[in-house]
Write a protein that binds this ligand. Structure first.
Ligand SMILES: [Zn+2]
Length: 275
């Protein structure tokens, strides 16, 4: 009987103590929704799953502000995972993939108006092409290297890697491994591409974050181990879910994002976030 009482006492004591020690832990759960945009155009015939009207973007930013969201940069997120940075209470991350000229023409002024920051995922080969062509057709133009340099040094945008030549759906899907390809060959191909991207950014004086957006969201454990080896600190996927982070730096290699399609209201789109 006595032993039972002692055990019961110990059990109750443990139950009482546990929540206290958990609460004193500095790293708590972080709810981080991330929205993924691509191209922007006021032309109705161009709008679709990956092309939004500037008005729809503005409605989203207004929604986020009204609902108390504050945007965070990749630098802040990485700093937080290392225990060096405090994040706002209701963080959100805003991302623009592919590096269209429409990102700076339409999104830039709107982000500034609402006090938000965003990260732009740039494709090396597309930037090369539009640095040579020098034509500016907002319907389809990608950012040239000088524009990428400018935004990377401003306050509104960060720049991240979207691979140099691997933004394609051939035998290889994005920067994923081809079926039957050996790890050594895959590692060599991916390392060459990402190193070329970084070298080009350094040559063009682009300030680059240590982050990557996987083209088409294709990746595997092997992709992650290679980018880790190369010193990347975070990677963005296309899995549509809210991130719940504990502060472990390894969690940042599979950040989930919601693609924002044209044709639905901000309320309807953001209701996906309520989980
Ligand atoms: Zn892309």
């Amino acid at each position: 009987m006595n032993l039972k009482r002692i055990l019961l006492f110990l059990l109750l004591a443990a139950l009482l103590v546990t929540p206290v020690s958990a609460a004193s832990d500095t790293k708590t759960d972080l709810r981080l929704p991330i929205v993924m945009y691509h191209h922007l155009s006021p032309k109705k015939k161009l709008q679709g799953d990956y092309v939004l009207s500037p008005d729809e973007l503005e409605a989203d930013l207004q929604y986020l502000r009204e609902h108390g969201y504050e945007s965070i940069t990749t630098k802040q997120l990485i700093g937080w995972s290392r225990g060096e940075v405090q994040l706002p209470e209701k963080p959100v991350m805003i991302t623009f993939d592919d590096g269209y000229e429409s990102t700076i023409v339409y999104a830039g002024p709107l982000l500034e108006k609402y006090g938000f920051q965003a990260v732009v995922a740039v494709i090396g080969s597309a930037a090369d092409l539009f640095s040579e062509k020098r034509d500016h057709m907002l319907d389809y133009s990608y950012l040239a290297w000088d524009a990428i340099r400018d935004i990377s040094r401003g306050d509104t945008f960060e720049v991240q890697c979207h691979t140099y030549t691997m933004h394609k759906l051939n035998t290889r899907k994005g920067c994923g491994k081809i079926m039957g390809e050996g790890y050594t060959d895959y590692r060599k191909k991916l390392t060459e591409d990402l190193t070329r991207f970084r070298d080009k950014c350094a040559a063009e004086d682009v300030q680059l974050t240590d982050t990557i957006a996987f083209p088409y969201g294709v990746y595997s454990d092997e992709t992650i181990s290679i980018i880790k080896e190369l010193g990347f600190a975070a990677a963005f996927t296309c899995t549509e879910r809210v991130n719940h982070l504990t502060g472990d730096p390894d969690e940042l290699y599979e950040l989930r994002r919601f693609n924002r399609p044209h044709g639905i209201s901000s309320e309807k789109f953001f209701s996906k976030w309520e989980d």
